[in-house]
Ligand binder design. Structure first.
Ligand code: GLY
Length: 380
C-alpha cells in the first residue's frame, strides 16, 4: 500500500489528470458513449442504450462547472437530444435506472443552465419511472417487465440512487405523488434490504399483490447472505440522498451504521473488495464502489450537525479513500487506459468488466474530486 501524499495536495494533480483523460475521451467517443465497463482498459463505444450512458454526460457537466469551458457544455447539450429521443422512442427505458439516466443528463442541465427542454424531458422520465411503482408493496420494481414472474416485485439497493429524480419531480411540479413513492420505497428498503447488522441485500422480493415481503437475494454479490460492496456503497450514498429530501432522522441514523459496516471491512489500502465478505486475499477490488462510497460519506458528513462527532470521522474516512484511489488506482496519463479509475468490477458473477474501468466509477471519482475542490451543488 502506498499513500503518495500526506494531505490534500494530490487534488489538483488528480483533477488535471482527470480532465486530460476526459478531453482524450471526447475525441475518442465523439457522438457515442462509453460502454458500462472497459475491455482491456479500453471503453468500447456504444449507442445510448445502457443504464450507464449518463455517467459520461454527468462528467461533462462536472468539467463544465469546474472551468466553464464551452466544449463540455456543447457536447453535454447534444446528449440531451439523445436522451430525449431515447425516452420518446422507448429505447431500453423499462427499468428503474431512469433515475441515473435523467438526473445526470437532464436534471443537471436544468440546474446548471436553466434548460427548460431538459427539465421537461426529466419530468417525463420521472412520470415513466412511476409506472414501476407497486402501490401495495410500496416499492419500485427494478428490472424487467412488470409481469415478468422472476422480476415482479423485486427491488434492489441501487434504486436508492434513482429516487432523487422523483423527489426533484415533486419539487418542480408541486405534485407530491413522486415524493410519496420515493419515500415509501426508501422506507421499505431500510426495513427489508438493510439487515440487522446494517449490511445490505442486493435485492429483495415482494408479493406485490398482497404487499408481503418474501426474501433477500443477490444478483451481483458473492452470495445471497454476503454483502455486495457496491450495493453497500449505493446504500451509503442513496439513503443519505433520501435524507436530504425527507429530513427523516431514521434514515440518517441508519446510514451511519451502513457506513460503519462498510468502513470496518476495508483492507489496508482502504479500497473495498468487490464483496465485503472478503477483507484480504487475491479477490478483485472494486474501485467504483470506493468512489461511490467517498461521495456518500462526504454527503453524509455534510448532513450531520457540527456537534456530531461522526461528522469529522466520515469526512476523514472519505479523504483517505479518495487519496488511495488517486495514488493506487487512478490512471495517471497512461495512453492505453481510457478510464479515470482502474480496477473496478462490474459483474463478477457474469464475468463482465472484472478488474476493468467502469464508467460510473469514473463519474463518482470525478464527482468526489469536485466535491473536494469546490462548493458543488448536487445534481442528485
Ligand atoms: N446499478 C448496477 C450496478 O451497480 O452494477
Amino acid at each position: 500500500m502506498t499513500f503518495c501524499e500526506n494531505n490534500l495536495d494530490f487534488l489538483d494533480k488528480a483533477i488535471e489528470s482527470a480532465l486530460k483523460r476526459i478531453d482524450r475521451n471526447i475525441d475518442k467517443f465523439k457522438a457515442g458513449f462509453p460502454a458500462p465497463a472497459s475491455v482491456d482498459n479500453r471503453y468500447p463505444i456504444v449507442d445510448n442504450i445502457n443504464w450507464t450512458n449518463s455517467f459520461w454526460t454527468g462528467m461533462l457537466w462536472l468539467a463544465y462547472e469546474y472551468n466553464q469551458n464551452e466544449k463540455y457544455r456543447e457536447l453535454a447539450e447534444k446528449h440531451i437530444n439523445s436522451f430525449k429521443e431515447r425516452l420518446e422512442k422507448r429505447i431500453v427505458v423499462d427499468h428503474h435506472d431512469l433515475g441515473f439516466l435523467y438526473t445526470l443528463s437532464c436534471v443537471s442541465a436544468y440546474k446548471i443552465t436553466n434548460n427548460d427542454g431538459a427539465k421537461k424531458v426529466a419530468l417525463e422520465a420521472a412520470e415513466y419511472l412511476m409506472k414501476r411503482y407497486h402501490e401495495k408493496a410500496e416499492i419500485i420494481q427494478a428490472w424487467g417487465d412488470l409481469n415478468n414472474p422472476e422480476q415482479r416485485g423485486r427491488m434492489i439497493i441501487d434504486c436508492n440512487m434513482n429516487l432523487p429524480l422523483l423527489y426533484w419531480a415533486s419539487s418542480i411540479t408541486g405534485d407530491n405523488k413522486y415524493y410519496e413513492a420515493a419515500r415509501n420505497h426508501v422506507k421499505k428498503a431500510l426495513r427489508y434490504i438493510v439487515r440487522e447488522d446494517y449490511s445490505t441485500y442486493h435485492t429483495y422480493h415482494f408479493d406485490v399483490d398482497s404487499g408481503i415481503p418474501l426474501k433477500g437475494t443477490t444478483h451481483q454479490g458473492y452470495s445471497d447472505e454476503s454483502c455486495w460492496a457496491r450495493g453497500q456503497a449505493w446504500g451509503i450514498y442513496g439513503f443519505t440522498l433520501s435524507y436530504t429530501y425527507t429530513k427523516d432522522k431514521e434514515l440518517l441514523e441508519a446510514t451511519k451504521k451502513i457506513a460503519d459496516y462498510y468502513l470496518e471491512r476495508l483492507p489496508e489500502d482502504k479500497i473495498c473488495y468487490w464483496d465485503l465478505i472478503f477483507t484480504e486475499g487475491d479477490q478483485e477490488r472494486d474501485s467504483s464502489a470506493a468512489a461511490i462510497a467517498v461521495c456518500g460519506l462526504l454527503e453524509l458528513s455534510k448532513q450531520l450537525s457540527d456537534s456530531d462527532e461522526d461528522k469529522i470521522r466520515y469526512k476523514k474516512a472519505a479523504h483517505k479513500i479518495l487519496q488511495s484511489l488517486y495514488c493506487n488506482y487512478s490512471n495517471k496519463d497512461e495512453e492505453e487506459v481510457d478510464g479515470l479509475l482502474l480496477h473496478g468490477v462490474y459483474n463478477k458473477n457474469g464475468n463482465t468488466g472484472v478488474d476493468e474501468c467502469c464508467i460510473w466509477g469514473d463519474y463518482y471519482y470525478f464527482e468526489a474530486l469536485m466535491r473536494m475542490k469546490m462548493n458543488w451543488e448536487m445534481y442528485w
